[in-house]
Design a protein around this ligand. Structure first.
Ligand code: FES
Length: 154
């Protein structure tokens, strides 16, 4: 079948078989930031946004997102770079495997929650495993980033 996707604002068309997963389709299209970790829906590395909501692309059949808006980290370069600086400032740097899915999840959370508590942040991110740094330093980095974005908006 022919699949149509809007990836990072660009319409992409690709022939797929009905049993292909979104992760493989996106990588075939050249979005190599989308990583395969566990491939069982447990680690969050493969997270992308579908209509602005985090989705595990390793567990999502591509046919289910036909015609939808997909966001990968390539589509949020500016925010991702800024976020990485705030994480680094707290000693919470991440490698290229964890960072794309983790960052997209944080950006989605910021659209859903205006002022999340620590518990809400940790809960939102509990599907994104990261062995690069401690979870508390990540929490500080996220909160500092959210505060800076809010200041910029005002
Ligand atoms: Fe998809 Fe781990 S690779 S959740």
């Amino acid at each position: 079948m022919l699949l149509n996707l809007n990836v990072n604002g660009r319409i992409r068309e690709i022939a797929i078989s009905p049993d292909e997963y979104l992760l493989d389709v996106l990588r075939k299209l050249g979005y190599l930031s989308v990583k395969r970790g566990c491939d069982t829906g447990s680690c969050g590395l493969c997270t992308v946004l579908v209509d602005d909501k985090p989705v595990l692309s390793c567990s999502t059949l591509a046919v289910r997102v036909h015609g939808k808006k997909i966001t990968t980290i390539e589509g949020c370069k500016k925010e991702a770079e800024q976020f990485a600086e705030f994480m680094a400032a707290e000693g919470a740097e991440q490698c290229g495997f964890c960072a794309p899915g983790f960052t997209l999840t944080v950006l989605a959370m910021m659209k859903e929650y205006d002022n999340p508590t620590d518990e809400e942040i940790l809960h939102y991110l509990n599907g994104n495993l990261c062995r690069c740094s401690g979870y508390m330093s990540q929490l500080r980095g996220i909160k500092n980033y959210m505060e800076a974005v809010k200041k910029d908006e005002n």
